[in-house]
Design a protein around this ligand. Structure first.
Ligand code: F0G
Length: 458
């Protein structure tokens, strides 16, 4: 018999208690947190969908690896395991361990960036852009038209726009391009995948102009699943072989291991070019740690080596992507406007459309995120004008292009009943939708205000 139900391909050996709170309690907690979900204690949250980063549940195998971790300062056994896992996957010989993704970005983009340099990407993730700009260089997104339309169905909305890529290389001069960065899947673009065809086209352009090609590969296993499902010619590939082929096209990669390496902390840079790697190593030793651990414990490196293998398991990836789609599809059935098709690691709700009675300068995304918390104890993340909006000289809001709420799904953490509970919460939110009120900011810092700003209901 072929079953319809896709089950979690694991059983639970160790559990973490969730404190079940009441709506009355949550109203109080939210008040104490000034209506900012980043200021909320995690144990006051029932279902935490703030991020999929560093929130994975490790396997029994990884926990066993933790005990085997070799904490030697130099030449640790665990480093050798991590390095071997990365070299065999990426085929890049020069591997540099870092404590998380942005540490790798900071080291690499300081070396190859700086004033006058330009970086081109499908979409730069915020820490990527911040590190590039901090080095004095410029970051430009080259996303396709399809990628900009939230409700348009297209198999590879994460793709780089090849024409824009080439135009920008010609405009700024190939010698001034720091690197072309292909982010898979495209997080800022809705967790949307990039096709192999597109990755090959990026290589063709990079080769034509002699430009460095870097993969931001933190969700490359999830991207590989979409290629196997949607791209002609990959039906018989393993997910790991698809990822390997994608790595073979590029000159190097930066990874936040907190995503598809299924660990809570870690990252790396891996490069074909030894010269660039050597220049990165100087900064690594000053800022992160010695070359055989970067900012990591031996046990972290052991867990990364195991996680990079486990993530390509076909049953795991099937369950992973289908369970994100399950949440998205159910929300669509309820009439909630979401970014489509559903991406790999998260469901993005279009709050501007869902709460179309709340003007953009009253932050509909923040209202929805707070309502989800009050009604269900669910913590999502506003990705809209709170996070990316700017102010003009008179203090008036220049809104972000979209007002989204991201529900990011931690890996191997929640079961279907948790997700059904989220869906049920939406039914209540929909019923009371027109009564929801907007937000006003009562305190905001100069930079990265979404982390610490205070809000009150209008
Ligand atoms: N690149 C991408 C595509 C990311 O999504 C992230 C992190 C990073 C780089 C930076 O990695 O956090 O290990 O320093 N994304 C997290 C998120 C924070 O919630 O999407 P990091």
């Amino acid at each position: 018999m072929k079953h319809k139900t896709i089950i979690e391909p694991f059983r639970i050996k160790s559990i973490e208690q969730i404190t079940i709170t009441t709506e009355e309690e949550r109203v109080e907690y939210l008040k104490e947190a000034h209506n900012n979900l980043f200021l909320l204690d995690a144990d006051k949250v029932i279902i935490d969908l703030l991020t999929d980063s560093g929130t994975s549940a490790m396997s029994a195998n990884q926990w066993a690896g933790i005990m085997r971790g070799d904490e030697s300062y130099a030449g640790a056994r665990s480093w050798k395991r991590m390095k071997e896992a990365i070299v065999s996957l990426t085929t890049y010989d020069n591997v540099i361990p870092t404590h998380q993704g942005r540490a790798g970005e900071s080291i690499l983009y300081t070396q190859i960036g700086g004033k006058g340099k330009v970086f081109l990407s499908n979409t730069h993730f915020d820490t990527t852009r911040a590190n590039i700009e901090y080095s004095g260089a410029m970051a430009i997104d080259c996303i396709t038209e399809e990628g900009k339309k939230p409700s348009l169905i297209h198999p590879f909305k994460g793709n780089m726009d090849i024409e824009q890529l080439e135009d920008n290389i010609l405009k700024y001069g190939a010698e001034n391009i720091g690197a072309v960065i292909l982010t898979v899947t495209n997080n800022s673009g809705g967790g949307q995948p990039v096709s192999m065809h597109n990755a090959r086209e990026v290589k063709r352009i990079c080769d034509k102009y002699g430009v460095l090609y870097i993969l931001d590969c933190c969700r490359i296993a999830e991207n590989a699943y979409f290629i196997a499902e949607r791209e002609v010619g990959f039906e018989d590939y393993t997910y790991r072989d698809i990822a390997k082929e994608m790595f073979s096209l590029a000159d190097g990669a930066v990874m936040s291991a907190k995503k598809d390496a299924l660990v809570n902390m870690g990252g790396f840079i891996a490069l074909k070019d030894k010269k660039i790697a050597d220049s990165c190593i100087n900064t690594l030793i000053i800022k992160e740690g010695f070359v055989t651990y970067g900012g990591l414990s031996g046990r972290d490196m052991e867990a990364i080596a195991i996680g990079l293998d486990e993530v390509f398991d076909k049953d795991y990836l099937h369950y992973r992507i289908r369970s994100t789609t399950y949440l998205g599809d159910k929300l669509i059935e309820l009439g909630v406007p979401v970014m489509r098709p559903i991406g790999g690691h998260a469901v993005y709700i279009d709050a501007k459309e869902f709460y179309n009675h709340i003007p953009v300068d009253q932050f509909p995304g923040q209202s929805l995120a707070c309502d989800l918390y009050v009604k269900g104890g669910i913590r999502g993340c506003e990705i809209g004008s709170v996070m990316f909006g700017k102010r003009d000289e008179k203090g008036k809001l220049i809104p972000a292009p979209m007002e989204l709420v991201r529900l990011a799904i931690p890996r191997r953490v929640y079961t279907q009943s948790h997700i059904d509970y989220v869906i049920e919460t939406f039914e209540e939110i929909i019923a009371e939708k027109s009564q929801s009120k907007g937000m006003r900011i009562t305190y905001e810092p100069e930079f990265l205000r979404h982390f610490t700003a205070h809000f009150e209901r209008v």
